[in-house]
Design a protein around this ligand. Sequence first.
Ligand code: ADP
Ligand code: ZN
Length: 525
Amino acid sequence: QIATPMPVTPDVQSILNDVFGYHEFRDGQRDVIQAALSGKDSLVLLPTGGGKSLCYQVPALALSGLTVVVSPLISLMQDQVAQLQALGVAAEFINNSVAREDQVDIYRRLHDGEIKLLYVAPEKVLQREFIERLHHLPLSLFAIDEAHCVSHWGHDFRPHYCQLKQLKHAFPNVPMMALTATADTATRRDIVHQLALQNPFIYTGSFDRPNIRYTIEEKFKPMAQLMRYLRTQQGQSGIIYCTSRKRVDEVAEKLSEAGFNVAAYHAGLSNEERQFVQSGFSRDDIHIVVATVAFGMGINKPNVRFVLHYDIPKSVEAYYQETGRAGRDGLAAEAIMYFDPADIGRVRRFFEDIEDEHRRRVEEQRFSAMAAFAEAQTCRRQILLNYFSEYQRNPCGNCDICLNPPKRFDGTLVAQQALSCVYRAEQRFGFGYIVDVLRGANTSRIRDNQHHALSTYGIGKNHSSEYWLSVLRQLVHHGLLEQDITQGATSRLTEASRAVLRDEYTLELAEPRLQAVHVYEDKLA
Ligand code: ADP
Ligand code: ZN
């Protein structure tokens, strides 16, 4: 009852030229297409913008039957179908937004063999009635776009996707192509397993995005840092990611007050509002979108010049995906993250509320890799690509570490000053307060506590507060200080700090990196 795929137009090259108007296949496309034409399952791992769609669109046209594309996002489906129709390709989509009578019409044309590519939402494709219809059609290929959604390991797990292996069971002879831009090895393995792919052909493209410059800036006064950066970006398109809706609204409001052309986007907004922001952004009416992770998949804007993370993302995949929305046009773009080491503890505590034990462990592990990435002092791109099993021998020359290598210095004296200040302030204050004492700030709180009389009061006024904050954070990393988060992040000395205070060894610290962006400008000039 099921048509085995039979190439009727083996000349995929002419499809590429005549239908799509391109001259050559990109790396991997031809092999993947060949696998589909010969009836093999496949797994295609290509970064965003790598050209995944063509991998199933060309076989869809080369094979005699119907290609069913499962895609999780309505806007994505609509875009692709509109593009294909503009090229004269018989493509349609079916999801719950399509009116009943239009669906009936599509079904009629499907049965008449007038449609080559049908895009469907996963929940639709799994309906028994729909599967029943498919049984009466000559199927060439299933393409599962954004296939990482099947995986609990993936950053965007969707329960409907999990059941897609039913398709493989219902149509064991129809080849299935799974495509994703997510690359970590655990997710890859899981996709093959979850979709029940049979001995698939696997193609892994390079995940490097050489035009994106990665920068991690220590977070001090993030709003001020943000404004300073945005002023260098006059009128350019960018996305600012924050972890909570509340933060999104706050940041968007402040930027808007400061005169930036900005809109907020998160799942708490109505469909219309979100649609408005998304299309305004793609038309360049809106320059900057402040968003939660809800803003993402399906944004196909080529000229996003910067993606900025106001908070640390939950996984390296999420970071890679989000930063990957910058520079799709291949021109220089920036990925900047503001990083406060204390956020690591905050995010970890958030995971404690996850009830499902397995899920919690997965999240924790994924976040640990992200935290390690944020804290690392070696080439960002090397770490990122190594994480995706793409070993890089040389540092990239286009990240903050490569452009502005961290300098080490003998931090024993400043460490002693900071540690004794914590000690004399009776170990019951947070970093902000300690920094104020060190710098001799004239605040009522300090006077009330009589701390202007401490010997460490004003001892560090020759350094900025950012400098001291960075030193204090490094002391935490070195295990010399600890913060009690249950007590308003009050800081305490650890046992290990004694040796530093007694001058028993030299403590190397990293030179605080205060104005990364400006340093680059000098270097590049
Ligand atoms: P992905 O789905 O992997 O993010 P797309 O399929 O949207 O990527 O392709 C990204 C862009 O590259 C599109 O504009 C597409 O038309 C273009 N493209 C894909 N393959 C080729 C090719 N062989 N030659 C030229 N352009 C291509
Ligand atoms: Zn680098």
